[in-house]
Design a protein around this ligand. Structure first.
Ligand code: CMP
Length: 139
């Protein structure tokens, strides 16, 4: 089915000018960028976005990292966009990511792993609504 998913180019990647290289991989896989903006999160916004992880030992480190530099938030659209986006990203831990994936090629560590992508349709809808209004989505 035609789906939309939410994607973040994380601080480690924007800092190294990898935004274009990362988006090129999504586009090559058939995902269309239907919304995109470069922003810098506040700590409160990062804590809210990653609220599901608030009890994890890495929560503080994760939020500090996500506000350390600008990020690029995007909505990607395509057939099976959620699974396709996750396939192109590769495993969360770059040491476990498959050849050719974004995290294999670009990620520095499990924390500084270059990209985020929604894990399910419900989270995709929530994450898109957190950052974008309907008017900003141009299919
Ligand atoms: P993301 O998809 O953005 O969702 C939660 C993030 O937590 C995940 O990507 C990782 O970057 C990060 N994360 C997971 N495990 C660890 C860890 N052990 N240390 C630091 N960050 C982590």
């Amino acid at each position: 089915a035609l789906e939309r998913t939410f994607s973040i180019v994380k601080p480690d990647a924007t800092k190294r000018n990898l935004t274009g290289a990362i988006v090129a991989k999504f586009e090559a896989a058939g995902l269309r960028v239907v919304a995109s903006k470069r922003i810098q999160l506040t700590l409160a916004q990062a804590q809210q976005f990653y609220g599901v992880h608030s009890e994890r030992p890495f929560f503080g480190e994760l939020c500090e990292f996500m506000i350390s530099e600008p990020i690029v938030v995007q909505v990607l659209e395509g057939e099976n966009a959620i699974a396709k986006n996750r396939e192109v990203m590769g495993a969360t831990n770059p040491a476990e990511a498959a050849e050719g994936t974004i995290r294999k090629e670009f990620a520095l560590s499990i924390g500084e792993n270059s990209v985020h992508g929604s894990d399910a349709p419900e989270t995709a809808a929530e994450e898109i609504a957190f950052f974008f209004s309907g008017l900003e989505l141009v299919g």
